[in-house]
Design a protein around this ligand. Structure first.
Ligand code: ATP
Length: 843
């Protein structure tokens, strides 16, 4: 039994840790651990590694054990790099998962603190609010308007009203009214509860519900790269057969074993050069690192494919309160109708929760306190009935018993409160004018009403059964966030339409839109008007309307459907329980991490940790940057594979003896070892191009590989191939020394690779500029110096002969350097000309 004192201070951290050891984690299924051996096998089954192993086996079978061993060492090296990259990707994704794990507010050491729900232990005191998925079986200590949806346990979709006191008559079968159960969800209200059972001991756990995470579906980009690798592999297999056959014919007259080895090795070299096995790895690294960088900027990606979709967003639907505005309300004006200011203030305060979490209610209680009505005085009576706020009615009320007096205080949106009050036309007109005036200056307007209830009569079940008297209006200010105007301009420049969807009135919404410079502030469409539109009319309407007011969550769903039907890629923000369907339906559902409910978070693709509009805009920009860098990486990978493939193809075509050939399998492996890290590290960390947010969003039909990208890559790759293979041929002819010719060609390729990745870092900025931007980046230095060190080791250590290479003189090195630079850096003046031409055309 938990001692009473624990209920007010909660457990201490030490006690919680001890209980965690004793009862275990509050999880239904422990996270699956991947078998490292299976992972290793999976890597080994990639076509590239199979080819390498095939080459090694052939070497061993034919007694060339030394070459076979070198192959195996390199297979290990490549698997090592693959393992490091996949470990880093997994680590990043796990860290993201941990960040997005459900958090609960718990009392520990006398303070409220947020902990991941798996850390809960029996004896913890937890605070529940609207939208939370209940993390454990708990006993309700106190609650206010607590309605829980228990369909996961009982199958009953209707919410169940809970209470802190238990009476046997209220027992619902085996389910108690004063308990709430793991896996169920808070629909309305709030509560303080005591955790009784966790993990598999909960009712949910006992049923054996499988909550294992759904299998991760491959994203559109992953599917594209899978297809690409498959196509390249098929082409590689065909060319492998063709080149092997061709070489076999070439070597007619030599002894069979040697002839077979050389033929197969020529084919293997070409196939290895052709398979872009880096693509899936690069994609995984880019997306996971991208998601990690977004998390550091307050945007938590819940589904990785969302990173891809971010760059396609063409309509951004945002709510007003807290996203466009600061959600820091303050009562700014009041308008009394049939009451003096003091009674209006008292009724306004009494209609609030005594312990509010809504910033608006907190602001109201502050106001009451400033007017001489502190919470202790205000709430000195007994709360006998609560009418909870609903988005549909947009009003709420409380009945307070003060001595023999029972007083109903209600507040809500003016139309909703007036509908209860039965006012005459003159009064209604006066009130409407006053409300319009308050709203026109951007204030949120609440109407307040009271009713003295006759003693002894039963309390009304709902607010609509009451007939209070209208007391007056209150206007609350909630100023726009700093920087919103600039962010809206940024979106417009980036071809993204910003649409505001709010529960507030048309006048308030219009005024805030004008203050923030949103286009279309004069044409506001209300939820009532949406109700009168069929789907076709709504589709016409959403194409030119930027502000929707007095909406309920169902309208959000219709708006997002209409926008998508018009072909817009739509992002939608939401926070409430009822927003979940719209968030799920949008191309990108964005939940508010601070004020959002857990249901909204679960339905979203992205969680904003700071609820800030600027963060959404930054996230979209980053989404575009990640995709843009991915395109650069794909272009680079194509370009760098071309010299390998061409060289492997040209050797048999030019009747060069295979042993004198340019690149042997071992050289391809060395180059592959260089490509993977260079590409995924250097290109992944490139900052956004300066004009990235001045372009229209990418079309959702656009593929990663476009004809333009292919042309550019073929040009770059072709020229580098010409420089590398050309220098090899030249030195072969001049000296007849294949080792020297090969070494110069290889150095041209290795240096060309560095230039290629550097010049490919930006489409608009010069190589000097991009190098300057990342000059303090240690990883960039490591990659570049690593390549130079690699060249030195290959050329000037005993490994040189082993690889069939020779040391180069300073002049030869300089020649290789100049050739590599000329083959790649031609694109720099082209970039410069394009930029100038583009600029002069724009100005
Ligand atoms: P936004 O999309 O801008 O965030 P919202 O979702 O906050 O809007 P609602 O919460 O539906 O909009 O509020 C709509 C209206 O309901 C408000 O303009 C106000 O008149 C009324 N309202 C909101 N909260 C309360 C409350 N706690 N008590 C009484 N009335 C309220």
């Amino acid at each position: 039994m938990t001692e009473l004192s624990k209920l007010t201070t909660g457990l201490t951290t030490a006690e919680a840790q001890a209980r965690l050891k004793r009862f275990g984690k509050n999880e239904l299924t422990p996270p699956k651990k991947q078998n490292p051996f299976l992972k290793f096998l999976h890597t080994l089954c990639q076509p590239m590694f199979l080819l390498l192993l095939c080459a090694a086996v052939i070497y061993f079978l034919l007694g060339q054990a030394r070459d076979g061993a070198v192959m195996l060492v390199f297979v290990c090296g490549m698997i090592g790099i693959d393992a490091v990259q996949s470990w880093k990707t997994d680590k990043t994704l796990n860290a993201l998962k941990k960040l997005s794990a459900p958090q609960v507010t718990v009392l520990r050491d006398g303070h409220e603190t947020a902990v991941p729900s798996w850390e809960l232990v029996p004896g913890d005191v937890v605070k529940l609010t609207e939208g939370i998925r209940i993390p454990a079986d708990c006993h309700i200590l106190s609650c206010s308007d607590l309605c829980i949806e228990e369909s996961t346990l009982t199958g009953e979709a209707q919410g169940v009203w809970k209470s802190a006191a238990h009476t046997e008559s209220e027992q619902l079968g085996r389910w108690r009214r004063d308990w709430c159960y793991a896996g169920t969800q808070v629909l309305e209200g709030s509560a303080v509860v005591l955790v009784e059972q966790t993990g598999l001991n909960t009712e949910y756990g006992k049923i054996g519900v499988s909550v294992a995470a759904a299998p991760q579906e491959r994203s559109p980009l992953q599917k594209q790269t899978d297809r690409l690798v498959k196509v390249c592999t098929v082409i590689a297999v065909v060319l492998f057969a063709a080149v092997s056959f061709f070489t076999w014919l070439e070597l007619a007259g030599t002894e069979t074993a040697g002839r077979l080895v050389q033929s197969i090795l020529s084919g293997v070299t070409l196939a290895m050069a052709m398979i872009p096995e880096e693509f899936p790895v690069v994609l995984a690294v880019f997306l996971s690192m991208g998601a990690w960088r977004l998390a550091k900027q307050q945007a938590l990606v819940r589904r990785l494919p969302a990173v891809e979709t971010l760059g396609e967003i063409s309509v951004l639907c945002v709510d007003k309160t807290g996203t466009i505005t600061q959600n820091q309300m303050a009562v700014q004006e009041t308008w009394c109708f049939a009451a003096n200011p003091a009674s209006l203030t008292e009724a306004l305060g009494l209609a609030c929760e005594p312990e509010p979490y809504d910033p608006m209610e907190k602001a109201i209680l502050d106001y009451c306190s400033q007017q001489g009505l502190p919470a202790q005085t205000l709430f000195s009576g007994t709360l006998v009935r609560e009418y909870a706020f609903t988005h549909e009615d947009k009003r709420m009320g409380h009945i307070w018993q003060k001595g023999s007096r029972a007083l109903l205080a209600a507040k809500g949106c003016p139309e909703s409160i007036w509908s209860l009050c039965g006012m005459d036309n003159t009064a209604q007109k006066a009130a409407e004018n006053a409300a319009k005036k308050l709203a026109a200056s951007g204030l949120r307007v609440l109407a307040v009403a009271v009713q003295e209830l006759t003693a002894g009569t039963p309390l009304p079940e709902t607010l609509s059964e009451c007939s209070p008297a209208f007391l007056g209006l209150v206007g609350l200010a909630d100023p726009p966030r700093a920087g919103v105007t600039q962010d809206i301009c940024r979106c417009t420049a980036a071809g993204i339409r910003v649409v505001m969807i709010t529960g507030d009135s048309a006048e308030t919404a219009g005024s805030i839109a004008r203050q923030t410079g949103m286009p279309g502030a004069e044409a506001v469409v209300t939820g009532g008007e949406i109700d009168c539109m069929d789907d076709y009319t709504l589709r016409q309407c959403v194409q030119h309307t930027n502000i929707f007011a007095r909406v309920v969550p169902e309208h959000k769903m219709r708006i997002v459907k209409a926008l998508r039907a018009c072909g817009a890629v739509t992002a939608m923000t939401g926070d409430g329980v009822n927003d979940a369907p719209a968030l799920k339906y949008a191309d990108i559902g964005i939940a508010m991490g601070k004020r959002g409910s857990e249901v909204a978070r679960e339905a979203s693709d992205l969680v904003l940790l700071d609820d800030n509009f600027s963060t959404i805009v930054r996230t979209v920009r980053d989404g575009r940057r990640i995709y843009d860098n991915l395109c650069k990486a794909v272009g680079y990978l194509f370009a760098i594979h071309i010299p390998f493939a061409l060289s492997a193809l040209l050797v048999p075509l030019l009747h060069i003896a295979p042993e004198n050939g340019f690149l042997l399998p071992v050289h391809i492996v060395v180059l592959e070892l260089l490509i993977d890290p260079t590409c995924s590290i250097v290109l992944e960390r490139q900052p956004a191009e300066t004009n990235l947010m001045k372009q229209k969003p990418r079309s959702s039909r656009q593929t990663l590989i476009t004809p333009r990208l292919m042309l550019h890559s073929f040009l770059q790759g072709g020229l580098l191939a010409a420089a590398a293979f050309g220098s090899y041929l030249f030195w072969m002819q001049q000296t007849g020394n294949s080792a020297l010719a090969r070494t110069i060609g290889l150095v041209v390729l290795m240096l060309g690779n560095l230039f290629l990745v550097q010049t490919g870092s930006s489409r608009t900025e010069s190589i000097l500029h991009t190098a300057k931007v990342l000059r303090h980046d240690k990883v960039m230095w490591a990659i570049h110096l690593g390549t130079l060190a690699g060249i030195s080791v290959l050329l000037y250590t005993p490994l040189c002969g082993f690889f069939g290479l020779v040391p180069l003189s300073a002049l030869q090195l300089l020649t290789a350097f100049l050739l590599a630079a000329a083959a790649v850096l031609w694109s720099e003046p082209v970039k410069w000309l394009k930029k100038r031409f583009f600029h002069s055309k724009k100005n």
